[in-house]
Design a protein around this ligand. Sequence first.
Ligand code: RIB
Length: 305
Amino acid sequence: MPAKVVVVGSLNMDLVTRASRLPRAGETLVGQSFSTVPGGKGANQAVASARLGAGVAMIGCVGTDAYGGQLREALRVEGIDCQAVSTVEGSSGVALIVVDDSSQNAIVIVAGSNGELTPASLKACDAVLQAAEVIICQLEVPMDTVGYTLKRGRELGKTVILNPAPASGPLPAQWYGSIDYLIPNESEATALSGVTVDSLDSAKVAATVLINAGAAKVIITLGAQGALFADGHSFEHLAAPKVKAVDTTAAGDTFVGGFAAALAAGKSETEAIRFGQVAAALSVTRAGAQPSIPTLQDVQGFVPS
Ligand code: RIB
């Protein structure tokens, strides 16, 4: 299947511990389990788009360690075009994740080879970007690479999605004009806009700030409270399907990948958001990053409770 969705971003091996609760500073806890699970926001979004029906290509970097081959293989078995996933000397990206009994998590990432994805490496695979309909970026690769990709995506007339995760502060002002869909969660919207997002009303204020900064459209994901869609003219609040959460890791990635796959399939924005929400809701009912991401059949068979 030709790649309509191209993801430029990170691949991480997730080192996941489950514990009854998250540790406090200086505290040692006894965990319940440990597993290594393919993850990384970029790779998770690529897997989500692929399982949810899109032809997908990934642009990223893995290391020469054992994780590198495993991360590449995890994408290959999903039918994702990995020709633009390069292998660089050194360690692959990793994420240290603790998940507690209430399904909350705490994550520390170490970029490793994700830090080697440069604008020059993007230029070398321009044909992959040219073939895309939708381009997705996140913030787990160098900022100048993200900036280059957004600008190039805009020049090529592609639909450009930025999931600004993880976010630690405002985005470069010049990025906004290249973004068709900016998709932050509450904390990311807070970091980007300076508005504390803790309610639907505050999400509307933050979305307005981000639209005024130049983003064409904004979708703020609000966890169990659903999502707010803003297009500069009006707001739409879309409630989230109710599910019992086991692990929220990669829920946001599943939403972004599902939204992109649905847009690439010709669905309307509202349909694509609802599709992404069902996919994300299903993902939180399962453990791990990529293993938790549902298929198109799972989403089509979902019956709201
Ligand atoms: O969004 C979830 C992802 O964040 C994990 O898979 C982990 O790798 C971190 O990048």
